[in-house]
Design a protein around this ligand. Sequence first.
Ligand code: NAP
Ligand code: ZN
Length: 356
Amino acid sequence: MDTLVESKAVVKTPAYAAQSAKSPLAPWSIERRKPRAHDVFIDILYCGVCHSDLHQARDEWGGSIFPMVPGHEIVGTVVETGDHVSKWKKDDIVGVGCFVDSDRTCEACRAGEEQYCEGGMTLTYNGYERDGKTPTYGGYSTRITVDENYVLRIPDGIPLERAAPLLCAGITTYSPLKHFGVKAGDKLAVVGLGGLGHMAGKLGHAMGAHVTVLSHSPGKREDALRLGADDFLPTKDESVFKENAGRFNFIIDTVSAQHDYNAYLNLLRRDGIMIVVGVPEATPVSAPSLIMKRRSLAGSLIGGIRETQEMLNFCAEHGVAADVEVIPIDQINEAYRRMLKNDVRYRFVIDIASLK
Ligand code: NAP
Ligand code: ZN
């Protein structure tokens, strides 16, 4: 910190940013606010690379705010706390996920589901602070300042680089598995073995479900089984859809690219539920896919702070963590290219020491 120019209210912070939807990520400098009364100032150690980072940095969802510093799977060390912070102290190992604030008063916030905040959650990046004008910047940077109520505790026993992806990939899959009631003995299909998919498989297995991975990459069979799946179905083989019709109680679909939801809905048994967490472009659904066996198609968005802490504790208790490939930050553009080729085993995590 001593080598950096500081003013009274802000600290200059090295980061990597996309200046536009067409430009690669490159070194940039941002300002972090010094901790106010309820803030925690965090020195970032690791940041996971989510497919949502790529979608947003390339403005695939529209409305992206540039320059953008992506990153919402953050693990770091508390270096300073505001005067009124009671939950955290210096040297605590903490996490920050997909949002850093919310309106705190609406029904969703009061229910501990800040991700559905009616006033809009404050995204960790590609958003604005509660003032509606200060842009937020994510974890492809060396530090971050966050309100103490939006910080998570990383339990002992999870290697920190393997904990980072839990802050998004972990909670995004844990939350719907819990919410929709996946339990021991249920037949759970996981579609897409990427960052989210490999966590869904591990978590489903830890919850006692019989897990089948459906993948368009036949070469992932061995990995799927090693990661805890009981079965593997290569979806390029058309016969898979006939032979497994009506088989599953639950499907969690993590695929980032367009594919036919109807083909997968048909794999559900009576009253089965397909949970969409991947965000492909518009995908048509035909009524009979749902009607014929009283099936449900549902969606789910990350998870609230309370549930994220529950998920982290669950992972520590069950020995669950992400499988990661740690990279220096100057390899981030190559990591995006590899993510688009499905060449991720199974989450890239940036070692932020490479930026310091
Ligand atoms: P990822 O690591 O790139 O994994 C996506 C997987 O989808 C790939 O590994 C691949 O698995 C499969 N896939 C990719 N292209 C495909 C194609 N053309 N046809 C069929 N399958 C294909 O991405 P991720 O980080 O897990 O994110 C997955 C999606 O979830 C993204 O759209 C992301 O934005 C979204 N997301 C949603 C939430 C939420 O709250 N709902 C949170 C985070 C991320 P196989 O090779 O095994 O087929
Ligand atoms: Zn994410």
